[in-house]
Design a binder for this molecule. Sequence first.
Ligand SMILES: Cc1cc2nc3c(=O)[nH]c(=O)nc-3n(C[C@H](O)[C@H](O)[C@H](O)COP(=O)(O)O)c2cc1C
Length: 215
Amino acid sequence: MYIFSILGSPRKGSNTDLLIDEVLKGAADAGAEVEKIYISDLKFAPCTGCMKCRADQVCRLAPDDVNMVIKKLDRADGIVLGAPVYSGHVPGPFKSLFDRLIGQVVKFTYTGGTVNITSALTPKDRNGVVIGVCAAGLPGMTDAVLEFLKRNIALHKNNGTIREISADGMVSYAQVNIGAEKFEKTFGPQGQAIYENGQSLLKLAYEAGKNLVTG
Ligand SMILES: Cc1cc2nc3c(=O)[nH]c(=O)nc-3n(C[C@H](O)[C@H](O)[C@H](O)COP(=O)(O)O)c2cc1C
């Protein structure tokens, strides 16, 4: 079983990155082959909106890293997508990737004025994990990110299951996995609670990774 993941945060080693790693650890411990790519490493041009791909799933731009991403999505038995909240949505470069993908991984057919959308990837049941990370401790701040990522996996999941992880209150770099001692110094009396929240998120991520494989 092959699990493919994309980190939508531009910073490596970030909260989102650490949570994805924990999902992949769970999946690998359950026997999966795992791979992660970083949005910040990908070279691709933004969608120009020509809409020609809607007829034949072929992008008219010169081939770039998006072609590699499509091949990995097609091969994937499980998909993990994680992103921080940037101004209420996923970071711009990550959104650009999905703008390029949509016309190539989905078939659009038209019947009686209705647009039908079906996956253009090899049909299989794909489980998924989506991760949304934000600084605010407000309920619902990661909703738009989780919904967007979920919809992009749902297109290809067939009978698979998608699990969600929402991490709010992430104000510091790699906060999810900083040791308790450092937390006491940075956050004072609240340090222990923040540390425990990070640990429980990592545990949730590990279990979600195992479930990607075991169903
Ligand atoms: C440009 C930018 C916009 C942001 N917008 C929001 C926001 O709308 N709501 C929020 O709660 N946090 C926002 N944040 C904070 C990040 O979501 C938060 O720091 C998160 O932990 C970053 O994830 P990472 O550590 O995986 O990179 C923003 C951060 C940046 C850099």
